[in-house]
Every structure is written in structure tokens, then in C-alpha cells.
Design a protein around this ligand. Structure first.
Ligand SMILES: [Zn+2]
Length: 234
């Protein structure tokens, strides 16, 4: 795959650095990963596998093409990179209007979402960010997975408990904008989006077992601890 095609597949500008290419690759890979399509149709899964293979190829092409051995070259590249990062960050903010097409399937209308999946690890927590312009189908599929994961894994830690509430509230806000969004109607011609069709609709969060089980368990634990604390005092 040549560099121009690879950049198009990753959705980055010709001036993007290796780090930006890597970030774009990781961002897209976690959204279209075939695992996300495990419960959908065969056609959708094959399409995700094809898109994922293309993405991997694009990253491989750019990764080998942009590596520059030699310290002087690298230093110069680093200096250039920091300026480019600023320019790219400004550029990213500037081109985030609401009428851009879905980054996964290329359909419109699409809306910007910025949601997180939290995993509580007793005293630590880790969060995985999903920030992208998505159509109703792709956005809802990802939103439901992220929210279900957060409701299942986000509670397990003392600080995580509080962070999780904030994360869930933040995610809910973007869930509302996805619900208000009209269904995807047409693909923008020449869109570089990796998939050719919007993602399939998945199970609603409230119809999944694990989020309920985890949330109810955590509420029960909090209630038991509170009762125990009151008894000790009384
Ligand atoms: Zn889409």
C-alpha cells in the first residue's frame, strides 16, 4: 500500500507525524475491531475483518516508511513534530463541525461523541476514551458497549466508584445526542471511512445481564457497609 492510500485509510493529513498516525490507527482499530461485531451478522463481521485488515496494512506501510534512523534526523523530526502537533490540534478542533460524515461508515448525519469506558482496579482505575464523529448506528453500537463495560467493570474500587458516576453521567449526555440524531441516510461520496455500511444495531444496555448484576452487587455492598457502620456507632 502506498503512503497516500495509507494516510487516507487512517484519516490523517500528509503532514501527520508517526505518533499521530499511530494514534489514528489505535483510535480506529478499537472502534471497528471485529470483536465488536461478534453478535451481529456474518456479513457485518466479514466487513469488519476486511476493514481491520486494511487498517493494519495502512499502519504497517506508514510505520516502516516513516522510521528515520540517525540522531540528527530524529532530532530535527522531533522539533518539527512539536510544531506540527500544535497545528494538527488546531486543525482537529477546527474541523469538528456537526455535519461531518461518520468516521466508521462514511454516512451522514453524524454527531461528535466523547465517551469513556472505565475499569476499576481496587485503588486505581483505567479509562479508555472513544472520541469520534459517528452516525446513529455506529455511535449507538459503540455507546452501548462502552456503557455496558463501564457499568460492569467501572465500580470496582474506592476512587473508581466516584469517577464511574461522573463517567456514566458524561456518557449519558452523548447517548442523548445519539438518540436525537436521525438514522444514517447516505454515504458521502469518496469518504475514506473504513466500512461501507453503518454498524448493526446491538442489544440495549438494559437488556444485558452483567451491567445489572455488577451495579446491583455494588449497591448491595454499599448498603451493607452503611448498615454495619450505623450498628457499630449505635
Ligand atoms: Zn456509521
Amino acid at each position: 500500500m502506498d503512503d497516500d492510500t495509507a494516510r487516507r485509510v487512517l484519516g490523517i493529513s500528509p503532514h501527520a507525524t508517526r505518533e499521530q498516525a499511530r494514534a489514528a490507527y489505535k483510535r480506529r482499530a478499537k472502534m471497528i475491531h471485529p470483536d465488536r461485531h461478534a453478535n451481529t451478522s456474518n456479513a457485518a463481521r466479514h466487513e469488519a475483518e476486511r476493514a481491520m485488515a486494511e487498517l493494519n496494512e495502512a499502519w504497517r506501510a506508514l510505520r516502516s516508511g516513516t522510521s528515520t534512523p540517525g540522531d540528527t534526523v530524529r532530532q530535527a523530526a522531533n522539533r518539527e513534530r512539536s510544531t506540527e502537533d500544535h497545528v494538527a490540534a488546531r486543525h482537529d478542533r477546527a474541523r469538528r463541525p456537526r455535519d461531518r460524515e461518520c468516521e466508521i461508515c462514511g454516512y451522514t448525519p453524524a454527531v461528535w461523541i466523547d465517551i469513556r469506558a472505565l475499569t476499576g482496579l481496587i485503588i486505581l482505575h483505567s479509562s479508555d476514551r472513544y472520541a469520534a464523529t459517528l452516525c446513529k448506528n455506529c455511535g449507538t453500537a459503540i455507546w452501548r458497549d462502552v456503557q455496558a463495560r463501564t457499568l460492569t467493570l467501572g465500580w470496582w474500587g474506592i476512587p473508581a466508584l466516584f469517577v464511574n458516576l461522573a463517567v456514566l453521567v458524561n456518557n449519558r449526555g452523548y447517548g442523548a445526542s445519539l438518540r436525537e440524531l436521525a438514522p444514517p441516510t447516505a454515504r458521502v461520496a469518496d469518504s475514506p471511512a473504513p466500512m461501507s455500511e453503518p454498524m448493526s444495531v446491538t442489544k440495549p444496555v438494559t437488556a444485558r445481564v452483567l451491567p445489572w448484576l455488577a451495579t446491583i452487587s455494588v449497591v448491595a455492598i454499599i448498603v451493607l457497609v452503611a448498615i454495619a457502620a450505623v450498628r457499630v456507632r449505635g
